[in-house]
Structures are given as structure tokens and as C-alpha cells.
Write a protein that binds this ligand. Structure first.
Ligand SMILES: [Zn+2]
Length: 76
């Protein structure tokens, strides 16, 4: 997990190579990944999770973890 401070904005997350978040539903345990690149750059992570609903149970208690592709090493 990447730590960018308490409540990073989309701009800050994308600056760190984050293109999506790994979302976790506290209601049913469903895990999915949600792209953040289409969101306004000033949207904060807490706002992102507040807007998300679980696609499996429609639960609104969602936690998100940042996923970065920036540190992934080239294969060749
Ligand atoms: Zn759920």
C-alpha cells in the first residue's frame, strides 16, 4: 500500500502513479478495483470512497487501498 497522507486528492494519487484503487466492501467482503483517472483531480480519497457503492450488495461501507503501477518494473 502506498501512503500519500491522510486524504490525498486524485491529482496527488495520479502523480504517484495510482490509476485505480482496490476497493473492499465492509458489508459482504467483495473486492474490486475502481479506476480513479476519470474523476476530477481535486476529489479526495475519502470523497471517492464515499461515492462508491459495492457492485455485489450495493453496500456503502467501502474501504479503498491505493494501487500503483508506477513502481512496476518493465518486463523486458
Ligand atoms: Zn458488498
Amino acid at each position: 500500500m502506498i501512503w500519500l497522507g491522510d486524504d490525498p486528492t486524485v491529482a496527488k494519487m495520479m502523480g504517484a502513479g495510482v490509476e485505480s484503487v482496490k476497493a473492499f466492501c465492509l458489508c459482504c467482503g467483495h473486492l474490486w478495483s475502481a479506476p480513479i483517472t476519470f474523476l476530477p483531480s481535486a476529489t479526495t480519497l475519502s470523497k471517492v470512497t464515499a461515492l462508491m457503492a459495492c457492485p455485489a450488495c450495493n453496500g456503502r461501507r467501502v474501504e479503498a487501498e491505493l494501487v500503483s503501477f508506477a513502481k512496476r518494473r518493465p518486463e523486458h
